[in-house]
Design a protein around this ligand. Structure first.
Ligand SMILES: [Zn+2]
Length: 213
């Protein structure tokens, strides 16, 4: 479904993360891969040519967000991008939590290492990489300043925050990251799971931060 003009959401089934396709050229997260065939079919139905997808950005290394990276990279020939602190997990499979899902991570080589402040541009969007460690060390959000869109991965959802009880999570850092996000003007919150939130995002930040005290 279209969640913003130029942004398609393939909403996650089961444990799958949401997958966002931006301007038909940038894929944000890939899901577990369990539903890869269905997503591929959906692309066909929507007349999306996978070969036009140039880049896959992972909001973080967890299996439910990156499990299908290899499948999508093989299908599209796209480059894989992730924050430096989560790069090793994607390349070795260690730290992706695939075992928690009873699966084995299909590892990929990272082509572009992201850091805070980097820009990811498509035809109609310019996203800034916001480093938001906490859920994982290399968790990022993507912020479109002009359009006030925040793609938030597992850092914040429409109904709360990401888990901070994994071996390499850090709750204090997560709180700092949410504080950092709360400084941004956000009208469209596009999270890694669940439905997007339109409006009231500043109130959500306040609510979440109050609970974290
Ligand atoms: Zn996660």
């Amino acid at each position: 479904m279209q969640v913003y003009k130029g942004i398609l959401l393939m909403d996650g089934v089961g444990f799958d993360s949401n997958i966002y396709l931006i301007d038909k050229e940038l894929l944000v997260d890939t899901g577990t891969g369990i539903f890869f065939t269905q997503i591929k079919e959906e692309f066909e139905n929507l007349k999306i040519n996978p070969k036009n997808i140039k880049m896959i950005v992972n909001t973080h290394c967890h299996f439910d967000h990156s499990g299908a990276d290899k499948k999508f990279r093989d299908l599209c020939g796209a480059k894989i991008a992730i924050h430096g602190a989560d790069k090793k997990a994607l390349e070795t499979g260690n730290g992706t939590m695939a075992n928690m899902f009873g699966k084995v991570q299909k590892t990929v080589t990272v082509d572009r290492v992201l850091k805070d402040g980097d820009k990811i541009k498509t035809k109609n969007f310019c996203f800034e990489v916001i480093s938001t460690p906490g859920h994982t060390p290399g968790s990022i959000c993507l912020y479109e300043k002009k359009k006030k869109i925040l793609i938030s991965g597992d850092t914040i959802f429409a109904d709360g925050i990401g888990r901070a009880d994994f071996p390499n999570s850090d709750k204090a850092q997560l709180k700092k990251s949410i504080k950092k996000l709360s400084m941004l003007k956000v009208n469209y919150l596009l999270p890694g799971h669940g439905m997007p939130k339109v409006n009231g995002v500043d109130f959500l930040f306040k609510q979440v931060l109050a609970k974290m005290k």
